[in-house]
Design a protein. Structure first.
Length: 250
C-alpha cells in the first residue's frame, strides 16, 4: 500500500510540475480534483517509433501525452498508412473508444522519446460521472474533430495536391512551429513519405511539390527540416479550411 501511495504521489507531483499544460477537457478542475485524476494515471515512457496502441487492439483506456509527439494513423490497402493526426504534449489519445468498448480503429506511434499517462477505462468513466463538466468538454472535443475530418474529406476529394501539401505544412507550423533566423520552422521532422500520407498524395508528388516551393523561395529544406520563408505565399496556396492538428488551439 505504501508503494502504491508513493507512486501516486510522484505522479501527482509530475502533473503539478508539467510545463505543457494538460488537455482542455480537464480545465476547471480544482487542485484536489486534478490530484484525484492524477492518482488514476500510470506512467509510460516510450522511445521513438514505439507503439502506444495497435489498430484492432482492444481499447483499455485513455492516454494523456505529457512529453514528445505521437502520430495517429490508419493502415490502408497495399501496406500503406494514412496519418490522421499528430499530437503534442497535453493532448489525449484513445478517447473515441471509451464508450463503445470496442477496438482501436487506428494505431498510435511515437515520433520521438515520449512520456504518456494511461488511465484505465473504468477508472476514467467513474471519474467522468463524478465530474460531468469533463464529459461535456469531451463531447465538445469529439464534435470539433468530427467537423475537422469532414473538412479533410472534402479537401481530399476536391483540392489539388499542392494545396493539400501547403495546408499540411501550415497546420504543422501552427501546431509545433518555431520562429528562427531562417524563417518559421514547422517544428517536427517527418520523412517525406509521412508528409505525403498526411496530405493524401504520393511520396513522389510530395517531393516534387517541396522542391518546387523551395525553388520559388517559399520554403528552405535544410537536412530533414522544413522552414517556411514566405508565410504569406504559402497561405495563398491553401483554402482556409478549419482543420487543426492540436486540440488545445483556439
Amino acid at each position: 500500500m505504501r508503494e502504491t501511495l508513493a507512486q501516486r504521489q510522484r505522479q501527482s507531483d509530475s502533473c503539478a510540475d508539467c510545463q505543457a499544460g494538460c488537455s482542455f477537457i480537464f480545465q476547471g478542475l480544482s487542485p484536489q480534483e486534478f490530484a484525484e485524476l492524477a492518482s488514476l494515471m500510470r506512467p509510460m515512457d516510450l522511445g521513438p517509433g514505439e507503439a502506444v496502441f495497435h489498430e484492432g487492439m482492444p481499447a483499455f483506456g485513455l492516454y494523456v501525452l505529457c512529453r514528445g509527439k505521437v502520430k495517429l494513423a490508419k493502415h490502408t490497402r497495399g501496406g500503406h498508412s494514412q496519418i490522421l493526426k499528430l499530437l503534442g504534449p497535453g493532448e489525449v489519445l484513445g478517447e473515441k473508444t471509451l464508450f463503445d468498448q470496442e477496438t482501436y480503429t487506428c494505431y498510435a506511434k511515437t515520433l520521438e522519446p515520449s512520456r504518456l499517462m494511461f488511465i484505465p477505462r473504468e477508472d476514467f468513466l467513474a471519474f467522468v460521472k463524478r465530474h460531468p463538466d469533463v464529459a461535456l468538454r469531451l463531447v465538445e472535443k469529439l464534435s470539433r474533430e468530427l467537423k475537422v475530418f469532414g473538412d479533410k474529406l472534402v479537401e481530399i476529394t476536391s483540392r489539388s495536391a499542392k494545396e493539400r501539401m501547403a495546408r499540411v505544412l501550415l497546420e504543422l507550423a501552427r501546431a509545433f512551429g518555431e520562429q528562427g533566423e531562417e524563417g518559421l520552422d514547422i517544428g517536427v521532422e517527418l520523412p517525406r513519405g509521412e508528409l505525403a500520407e498526411m496530405a493524401g498524395v504520393s511520396t513522389e508528388t510530395a517531393i516534387r511539390i517541396l522542391s518546387e516551393l523551395k525553388e520559388r523561395g517559399i520554403l528552405a529544406l535544410p537536412g530533414h527540416r522544413i522552414v517556411i520563408k514566405k508565410l504569406d505565399a504559402l497561405q495563398s496556396l491553401a483554402h482556409p479550411f478549419r482543420t487543426f492538428l492540436r486540440e488545445n488551439l483556439v
